[in-house]
Design a protein around this ligand. Structure first.
Ligand code: TRP
Length: 369
């Protein structure tokens, strides 16, 4: 089972190859959106924030609107790989559905679903686990990072969640996964499992493999930092949630870290905090960050922060209003999730039948599983 291209044997080269492939796909999907089924998702560990929005959500909406078949997973079984218990899971799931719809995910075009409601997806984990070795799992760099961040011993789920994530991608035969660089090792796992499944079950000559090879679509969005200049993360209380009020946003921006130099410039390397704020203005206004910094100039961080607050609040006002309206009728949001789960279950059941057939476990034929 040793495979030379496995799991970041050459991380640099893999990244460059993935980027090149991603750039080619980015050009193709505008011409051929119908060729792609894209799947991506979020762990419902808290409220989604503007890092999620600019890093990922806005891009999903763009791809959906280009006509790609869009699947969005609320990865609820992934919540428990690095913590004890599920937290405010119900609220977080509901709020995630609201964030999706408010941001422009359209349930008429996209399928929104949750792990816990799709038994056949989860069942794929079992045959998939037989296709990877312990050492492959242990050298996954993202698992190593997550393990270190969790401050806990390695749980069985922590070790194997990338295989479960492969099931997320493969159950619906997605061929495109828009993600950040940190998720590339997981996509490698999905590709590996897809290939090995066919090899293992003697399907090498079959005209169509059971599972396609998924590609990453690497987001072009800049990496947004938290308001203190470190990684944006809820636990550091440095995030602006999509659903925060204009006042809460103003308060947080006021407290944002800057530096001692009055004159504002855009210089992400030596002035990360100030540049991050300039970038936020750039993202919501579509203006060039250098121009924004130049315009503020000696206005200093006070002027910069005022601009951040005003432009963010203006940009998110309609999204926040929609979100509040949506959350006023939770029944509708749950129904959207139910409909998505129903569709996901149909697809997952069908895939599991194909898997059982390949594994010669189709004892009573197709109709009596
Ligand atoms: N692990 C991803 C994250 O933390 C979320 C996720 C779960 C995901 N399943 C997925 C992303 C499948 C892409 C495809 O962001």
């Amino acid at each position: 089972m040793s495979d030379p291209e496995v799991l970041s044997a050459n991380a640099e080269g893999t990244l460059r190859a993935s980027q090149a492939r991603s750039d080619a796909i980015e050009k193709d999907l505008i011409v051929n959106p119908g060729r792609y089924r894209m799947l991506t998702g979020d762990r419902p560990t808290g409220k989604l924030h503007i890092g999620h929005y600019f890093g990922s959500l806005a891009n999903r909406v763009r791809l959906q609107n280009l006509g790609l078949d869009t699947w969005v997973l609320i990865a609820d079984y992934q919540v428990i790989y690095d913590r004890d218990g599920v937290g405010e899971i119900r609220d977080n799931v509901l709020s995630e559905v609201a964030d999706y719809l408010a941001s422009g995910i359209d349930p008429a075009q996209s399928t929104i679903f949750a792990h816990s409601q799709i038994p056949a997806l989860n069942q794929l984990l079992l045959p998939f686990l037989s296709l990877v070795t312990d050492s492959e799992l242990r050298r996954n760099p993202t698992v190593k990072d997550e393990l270190a961040n969790s401050g806990r011993p390695m749980s069985g789920l922590m070790l194997t969640f990338p295989v479960h994530q492969a099931a997320d991608i493969l159950f619906c035969k997605a061929n495109l996964v828009p993600v950040g660089k940190d998720q590339l090792p997981h996509i490698e796992v999905a590709r590996l499992i897809a290939r090995r499944f066919d090899e293992r079950y003697g399907r090498a000559d079959a005209t169509t493999p059971v599972f396609p090879q998924a590609d990453a679509l690497l987001s072009a969005a800049p990496h947004i930092l938290g308001l203190d200049g470190t990684k944006m993360s809820k636990s550091r209380q440095n995030v602006i949630e999509i659903g925060m009020s204009a006042d809460e946003t103003a308060k947080l921006v006021k407290k944002a870290k800057t530096d001692s130099e009055r004159h504002i410039t855009y210089d992400p390397v030596s002035r990360p905090e100030v540049s991050n704020l300039v970038m936020l203005v750039s993202l919501v206004t579509g203006r060039n960050p250098q121009d924004i910094a130049e315009e503020i100039g000696d206005g200093g961080s006070g002027t910069l922060k005022k601009m951040v607050t005003e432009s963010l609040n203006e940009y998110f006002a309609p999204i926040r209003a929609r979100r509040a309206d949506l959350l006023a009728s939770p029944d509708h949001l749950w129904q959207v999730l139910r409909d998505g789960c129903e569709k996901a279950n149909e697809v997952a059941d069908q895939t599991l039948l194909e898997v059982r057939a390949a594994m010669q476990m189709e004892y009573w034929g197709h109709d009596h599983h």
